[in-house]
Design a protein around this ligand. Structure first.
Ligand code: ATP
Ligand code: MG
Length: 397
């Protein structure tokens, strides 16, 4: 039985590892198991290249067994759904071993005669030889003798954690903040309009953090925008792709549509026309894949195309809801986040975006829907949309 197994020592992990604490996952009640499985899969994927470690799910926890080096901690940093991580030493369920590891952690701590510590012991194996408070007393006195540090339960400089479970036992001192959020995939999927700019990759990151898996849609105006622009978007997509199971990027050829629009509309309306067409095309692609929402990196008031009035005009062309996670963010905040997640250096590489094509210096900030609809009737744009959808390039990352 399971209880009997807990007394055997051979399946107890030993040596360095990491304990992951699971965040809001537990709020999700009935779906908890599905979420936990997604999270475990995401943790495994983030550590795929690290064949020296294994990932072990346990009740309310996930363990990485084998190492706790910086590379592993960095990889875990962007696995959404983890509230905190602790490098740990796994050992046998034996009070002498636990004590030895706690003493060794305490000796590594750069303290002085004023240093105070506490032992935080937890025991989920109620058959263990010592209760939690007995562990605290026994381990605590050994640490005190070995280091001279005093005990302070309320405000310690050094907190030494001990956890004794059924098939595991470990000691830790450091608790690092995890990424938070929900496991990617647990909230569904959106089609993200991904440009080569700074904003849309950050928008994608924030959605992934709330559990959304992404499909990217990029509008490419070859030959007006060079192949380098496309490679840049692929590189950005690869950063987001690292955080989810599979990432599909659609590359839509947009130049013919833009040429036709340039003939049909006055140039101050072109950005609005492009955007409405982008939304319509993205929506077709999304619906083919069963995706029920779109997302953009739009932000209020930065540029002419992103006034509230113009957003409403773009929204008018959509059937699916459009989400804009950056709507209220300052550019500086977005740039800081882009640097943190590793997309900034790619985004600032100099390549043309298709939305500047044929566009004057002062585009409409408050377009009129009547005017747009008149322009849209001048050519058979539906035909262009169908062709763009039919000729889309699919890149699986
Ligand atoms: P970004 O930095 O994401 O390009 P931005 O602040 O430069 O944003 P715009 O260029 O006006 O703003 O684009 C607004 C949004 O429209 C983008 O965030 C993106 O979601 C979408 N978008 C713009 N151009 C393209 C494109 N070529 N392909 C796909 N989506 C695009
Ligand atoms: Mg842009």
């Amino acid at each position: 039985s399971f209880l009997k197994r807990s007394y055997q020592t051979e399946d107890i992990y030993e040596g360095a590892g990491v304990a992951l604490r699971i965040g809001e996952l537990y709020l999700k009640g009935g779906n908890r198991h599905i979420f936990q499985k997604m999270l475990v899969d995401n943790v495994k994927r983030s550590l795929k290249e690290r064949e020296d470690v294994r990932v072990v799910p346990s009740k309310g926890r996930i363990f990485v067994v084998g190492s706790s080096d910086d590379d592993i901690l960095y990889r875990l940093r962007w696995v959404f759904g983890i509230s905190s991580v602790s490098p740990v030493i796994f050992c046998k369920k034996d009070i002498a071993e636990i004590t030895a590891h706690a003493v060794s952690f305490a000796k590594q701590y750069p303290g002085n005669e004023k240093t105070v510590f506490r032992i935080s012991a937890r025991r989920s194996d109620k058959h263990f030889s010592h209760t939690s408070s007995e562990i605290g007393i026994e381990v605590g006195s050994a640490v005190n003798v070995a280091t001279g540090y005093g005990v302070n339960l309320e405000d310690p400089d050094l907190n030494i954690g001990v956890e004794v479970g059924h098939t595991w036992c470990f000691v830790w001192t450091e608790k690092l903040k995890g990424s938070g959020g929900l496991p990617v995939g647990s909230s569904g999927r959106m089609a993200l309009l991904l440009s080569g700019g700074i904003d849309s990759p950050v928008a994608g990151h924030l959605l992934q953090k709330r559990g959304i898996a992404l499909t990217g849609v990029y509008f490419h105006a070859f030959p007006y925008t060079p192949d380098g622009s496309k490679l840049k978007v692929i590189d950005l997509a690869k950063v987001l792709a690292k955080r989810q199971k599979r990432f599909r990027l659609y590359v839509v050829q947009f130049a013919q549509m833009q040429e036709a629009m340039q003939e049909a509309a006055t140039s101050d309306y072109l950005v609005l026309m492009y955007r409405r067409a982008m939304i319509r095309i993205a929506e077709r692609l999304a619906q083919k894949d069963g995706i029920k929402a779109l997302a953009t990196g739009e932000n209020l008031g930065q540029v002419a195309s992103q006034t509230l009035e113009n957003m409403a005009l773009v929204e008018d062309a959509a059937e699916l809801p459009i989400f804009r996670p950056l709507l209220t963010m300052d550019k500086i905040e977005t740039m800081d986040l882009a640097k943190e997640i590793g997309t900034y250096d790619i985004s600032i590489l100099p390549f043309e975006d298709c939305c500047t094509l044929f566009v004057p210096e002062h585009p409409q900030t408050k377009g009129s829907l009547k005017v747009i609809k008149r322009y849209e009737k001048r050519r058979d744009f539906e035909d262009f949309i169908e062709k763009a959808v039919a000729s889309v390039e699919v890149i699986e990352l």
